[in-house]
Design a protein around this ligand. Sequence first.
Ligand code: TRP
Length: 327
Amino acid sequence: MERVLSGMQPSGYLHIGNLMGALHNWVRLQEEYECFYFVADWHALTTNYTNPSVIRDYTEDLLLNFLAAGLDPEKCTIFVQSKVPEHAELHILLSMITPLGWLERVPTYKEKKEEIRNKDLGTYGFLGYPVLQSADILLYRARYVPVGIDQVPHLEITREIARRFAFLYKDDALIEPEPLLTEFPKVTGVDGRKMSKSYDNAVYLNDPPEVVEKKILTMVTDTQRMRRTDPGDPERSPVFQLHKVFSSKDEIEEVAEGCRKAAIGCIDCKKILLKNLFRVLEPIWEKRREISGRPGLVEGIVASGVQKATAVARETMAMVKETLGMY
Ligand code: TRP
């Protein structure tokens, strides 16, 4: 089986955008590949270093949701980055051969540094983010890395670092990975922008049902449809965008038609969405409750994941250190 690796940063609670985008895809891939999935807690520290104590809470939330959403520890390896210090060890070796220019040219680097005004991201760690990510990937000699399109520049750096290692040391211990780009549904937030924790417009997997209900019922719709009897334009409503992700073809058609003809009101439309959203969330809530009722379960799964990950990581490090002729 070919190897797949991917990670998620614990920089917030997991929301339904992450679920429909990355996590469902991970669940599918575990059937066909040898998958390694991890929580990138050191990466979260690059942007959250002034407030590190929240990272642990987010890490626990991610792990719980990985399992609740269907990652099966019998089929894939689940672990936490900082529990496998070989990530840091490979990172430092790769940092020696990575030209600064490559890092400064990463589009997300400049963008984020400018965009996030309330934090000083002029740090060594933040610039080196893609080198750490490269270490994450190359350490497992993974063939495929399922990621969103925004991560492609990081994958490109990873490939360049692997090639440079091979060129400098005439050694192919580090395998050039390929991004596995899947068409993810784009999940709109409750305010109509892209769903993101930084916009405060997300529906979280750990939101209680009444909070989910309130978030949906108070969403803006087609602002130009003033009265219930006015015909609306579904495409102008973020509620309709969510229908596209969570509702059946027939229902999408039905609410669109109902909106255009003023046959249904916005509340009716939201109630249909809620029914479909709950159909996705309820089994996850159920599984979370079940897991939470078994203390030590998550810790045990992570401990055995760390063990499996460490075994592969040590193999790679042995080859790399041999190649460099380290003492
Ligand atoms: N940078 C990724 C993100 O923000 C998270 C990540 C860290 C990652 N290390 C990784 C993803 C290795 C894939 C492989 O989504």
